[in-house]
Design a protein around this ligand. Structure first.
Ligand SMILES: [Zn+2]
Length: 493
């Protein structure tokens, strides 16, 4: 059955938790076995048995390690209790195996009772048949050269294990959370929540950065926020309570994201959406267009609707101007000077014009958002995903119970993993779409007020090609909204 892959080996794993002086490593057994299992997969070794001694110190003479003894018996016999051949042994550290010289010698004797076995621990693959390993047994504990190094290694690997369990691994307090890394710092958490909403609604990361700086926030290391650090904060799955390692969500055995022990700031849906938005923009046009900072909402949007004496429309862009001191509003819009090609006649008071055009655009945004929310189709691949996960599990079970051989198992595992991964990516993309649609229907009026002038201008220009401002005629007349004619962008534009 193993002939198909010459590299294939049936190995046993040994894990032990000791309480001899170290801070106790609860969960340690589970972690040791998981790490070994991952390594074994990488080597295309099959873990056929797991020996576990818990809460025992191998260095105490009086302690009998049941599974250790069992393993020695099995190694000598060459088979696991279920009858699998034993081609090798894996342990996190060799000191998990021995604490007393006697243990190591007995282990070595049992191990070498059969030829060609493999042994792996954190020092790597080792040839236990080579001379010198007996010596290690004799003076091993004393020279345990590695003791300090091993402790460091343990702390490194425990980093990943903590992550898988959903515990915080960051050395620094993450922005948004308190020193305990679990509870929130309300002001920072609010800022993050607002930033997520703003970005979903079209704000740029630069704008968020500026807002955070202005509000006096610094990174948890006390540095001023920059574009990159803000982006880092928003892209971290921690925001929605999910744990990630180097940019990949950590998932449990059932494939669900591991939820951390800390409080979440946004929902997973919102987080998926903001990540999708930021990534999408990164691929797209990049920075917001132009460096011109406009002082008035409708400069360049309003066009003069006056008809000249020769019958042609003026149609020049109107510019924002400061209003005269004696009027109650601060600015107005005026057609260009005649030297610039305008008629310089049409004038609209700024406050009312801004208000009216904003109202029109908001109304359109609401209609569009409602339509968009309706347009997001259901994600129809739930069953496909469930079935893929179930099939993968069934495959594992059939392999574990010996119904299929190893070669068949690994040949089928890889495409199944790939399919599950693809379906999950598709699901995440869909979630992002739904969230974006929902975010868009959320209180548009309130959000509008919170936007910067740049954001509002962008949204207006996305909705409108122009607003034609017809002249009000001679004399002072009340503001008349019917003289403002919006020219909408077509739906397809
Ligand atoms: Zn004009």
């Amino acid at each position: 059955m193993l002939a198909a892959n010459p590299k294939m080996r049936c190995v046993v794993c040994y894990a032990r938790i000791s309480f001899d002086g170290r801070a106790k490593d609860a969960h340690g057994i589970e972690d040791q076995h998981r790490e070994l299992g991952e390594k074994a997969n990488g080597f295309e070794w099959l873990v056929v048995y797991r020996y576990t001694d818990n809460d025992k110190s191998a260095s105490k003479e009086e302690v009998v390690r049941d599974d250790f003894e069992q393993m020695l018996t099995d190694l000598t016999a060459g088979r696991t209790p279920e009858g699998y051949p034993i081609h090798g042994v894996m342990a996190i550290n060799d000191d998990r195996l021995y604490r007393r010289p006697g243990d190591w010698e007995r282990y070595l004797r049992a191990f070498t009772a059969h030829p060609d076995r493999v042994y792996y621990d954190s020092n790597g693959h080792q040839d236990l048949y080579a001379e010198g390993f007996e010596v290690k047994g004799l003076v091993g504990v004393a020279m345990s050269l590695a003791e300090t190094r091993k402790k460091q290694r343990r702390s490194r690997t425990s980093h990943r294990n903590r992550a898988i369990r959903g515990q915080s691994v960051s050395a620094w307090r993450p922005f948004g959370w308190d020193d305990d890394k679990v509870s929130l710092r309300p002001a920072e958490a609010d800022a993050i929540r607002k930033a997520v909403k703003d970005v979903l609604a079209g704000a740029s990361l630069s704008e968020v950065t500026a807002q955070w700086k202005e509000a006096g926030f610094t990174t948890s290391r006390g540095n001023a926020f920059q574009y990159a650090t803000v982006k880092q904060v928003l892209l971290n799955a921690r925001l929605c309570g999910y744990r990630e390692i180097v940019g990949e969500l950590v998932r449990d055995e059932d494939g669900q994201p591991v939820v951390g022990e800390w409080e979440a700031i946004v929902t997973p849906k919102e987080w998926f959406a903001v990540v999708a938005t930021i990534r999408e923009r990164g691929r797209g046009k990049g920075q917001s267009p132009g460096g011109v900072v406009h002082k008035y909402l409708l400069t360049g949007v309003l066009r003069c609707g006056a008809v000249r004496e020769d019958g042609t429309a003026c149609n020049n862009k109107m510019t924002g101007v400061k209003a005269n001191d004696w009027v109650s509003y601060s600015h107005g819009y005026l057609c260009k000077k005649t030297v610039d090609g305008g008629c310089n006649k049409t004038y609209k008071r700024g406050d009312e014009t801004d208000k009216h055009v904003s109202t029109l655009v908001r109304a359109k945004l609401k209609r569009d958002a409602a339509a968009a929310a309706k347009d997001v189709p259901e994600w129809t691949r739930d069953e496909e995903l469930e079935s893929a996960v179930a099939r993968r599990r069934a495959l594992e079970q059939r392999w574990q119970t010996g119904q299929i051989d190893d070669e068949t198992f690994f040949r089928n595992l890889s495409p199944m993993d790939q399919l599950v991964k693809e379906l999950r990516a598709d699901q995440a993309k869909h979630l992002a779409m739904v969230a974006a649609a929902e975010a868009a229907t959320a209180d548009i009026d309130t959000e509008w007020e919170a936007k910067t002038l740049t954001q509002k201008r962008e949204m207006i220009q996305n909705a409108l090609l122009a607003v034609i401002a017809e002249p009000g005629g001679k004399g002072r007349k009340p503001f008349d909204v019917t003289q403002l004619r919006p020219v909408w962008r077509s739906a397809s534009a």
